[in-house]
Ligand binder design. Structure first.
Ligand code: CTP
Length: 405
């Protein structure tokens, strides 16, 4: 995510400063080069030694430290950053930024830097709600800073309210989005993900082993590219990706209703969900007690959502399906591609190790109505998602943005 990028992490003095250490680790793990700059007050909460150990770089604290200044001048620090993340950003730091005050290392670097700035406020709820703080945040927004809103809940001061530092995942995703070219800006993308559950009684259902990882990766990467993403998800344990519109459903019929509702406004629809093809004819209201002997359950066919979308798609709308197969991968996938009238189908062989349900990687083939089959190597699902979205972007480049005249 951050390979070859220098992230300047500015830490100011609030209790949430202890979380900045974990943030450094996450940026480093994601390939980033992290330069930490700490205010004097931040050093009361977490030591520069901790941050230096985690980042592997000297920490900038004192503008007048002759040794450090001769090694890496503060203007050079400001210039080297591809992105600045301020976490936690106290009310004081936000006020200084809004007024252009440069009275320590961090505020001086902020004034000299041209990189995009992500501000993650964390403070007491009254300080956060104070109109001066709100006005200052508005000023920062006008200046082009990206604000990661604090969360609500119990604060360190035991008060309840908004002011807790945002989840680190939300901070990472915002940072990633700011650095990702907005190649899907103004595009509306619908992704379906996960399994469906077809209930037989209140405690039993028919389903499949889909975890939703591929669909969630597609939604995550599309959101990073600035698309408006709607994720229609069957039951999964995954956290909703940051910045997408979540629609939770359980059954195939619910998924169909939700998707058909959203579909007309979409530039592209990607059906990554493992939709159950059958549902029990009856969902019994009480738990079925076992009796001697076997039990037969009548199953009804569920609608094929993707085939329906293929029939009703609007001019220029891109439609992508998945084909999960255990045999005759290419023939079966081709048949679905044609029957469901898709732009391309992403085929994967469930028998391959590192491919399909539950894996963090996938090895897929992309099949179009005409032309050669593209075979992609096994890679992380987020990278597969990137490859699929690159191809959707190419298709969309030939069409107008939905709603444009
Ligand atoms: N799909 C769908 N509605 C269904 C079944 C599948 O929209 N009732 C979509 C899936 O989301 C996927 C594609 O159709 O994008 C192919 O799904 P798959 O399960 O591989 O194939 P099926 O069409 O269900 O055919 P079969 O189960 O016979 O292989």
């Amino acid at each position: 995510m951050f390979e070859g990028r220098t992230i300047l992490l500015g830490v100011s003095g609030g209790i949430a400063a202890y979380k900045a250490g974990e943030l450094v680790r996450r940026f480093v793990r994601a390939g980033g080069n992290v330069q930490v700059v700490m205010t004097a007050n931040a050093r009361n909460f977490i030591t520069p030694l901790t941050m230096q150990t985690l980042s592997g770089q000297p920490v900038c604290t004192d503008l007048f430290d002759l040794g450090l200044e001769s090694q890496i001048g503060h203007i050079q620090v400001a210039r080297a950053a591809h992105l600045i993340v301020l976490a936690p950003a106290t009310a004081n730091l936000i006020a200084k930024m809004a007024s252009g005050i440069a009275d320590d290392y961090l505020t001086t670097v902020l004034l000299a830097a041209t990189a995009p700035i992500v501000v993650c406020p964390a403070m007491n709820v009254r300080m956060y709600e104070n109109q001066v703080t709100q006005r200052n945040l508005e000023t920062l927004r006008h200046m082009g800073c990206h604000i990661v809103e604090p969360e609500s809940g119990e604060l360190a001061c035991k008060e309840e309210g908004t002011g807790r530092l945002a989840e680190l995942t939300a901070i990472m995703e915002t940072a990633c989005r700011v650095l990702t070219p907005p190649t899907l800006k103004d595009r509306r993308i619908l992704v379906s993900a996960g399994p469906t559950w077809e209930a037989f009684d209140p405690v039993r259902y028919i389903s499949n082993p889909s975890t939703g990882k591929m669909g969630y990766a597609l939604a995550t990467v599309a959101a990073r590219r600035s698309a408006h993403v709607h994720l229609v998800s069957g039951p999964t344990y995954l956290q909703p990706p940051h910045g997408v519109n979540m629609h939770r459903v359980v059954t195939a019929l619910q998924m169909q209703e939700c998707i058909l509702d959203l579909a007309p406004g979409m530039d592209a629809i990607i059906m990554a969900a493992a939709v159950g093809d059958y549902r029990p004819a009856e969902a019994l209201p009480q738990k079925v007690k076992k009796l001697d002997g076997d039990l037969s359950v009548k199953l009804l066919r569920n609608p094929d959502i993707l085939a329906g979308l293929g029939r009703s798609r609007s001019e220029g709308q891109v439609l992508i399906g998945f084909a999960a197969e255990t045999e005759n991968l290419i023939e079966n996938a081709r048949e679905k591609l044609v029957q469901k009238r898709l732009d391309f189908i992403v085929a994967n062989n469930l028998g391959n190790p590192g491919s399909g349900f539950g894996c963090d990687t996938n090895e897929v083939k992309i099949i179009r109505p005409v032309g050669d089959i593209e075979e992609l190597p096994r890679m992380a699902k987020e990278r597969v998602a990137g490859e699929i979205l690159d191809r959707i972007e190419a298709l969309l480049a030939n069409t107008r943005t939905y709603g444009e005249s």
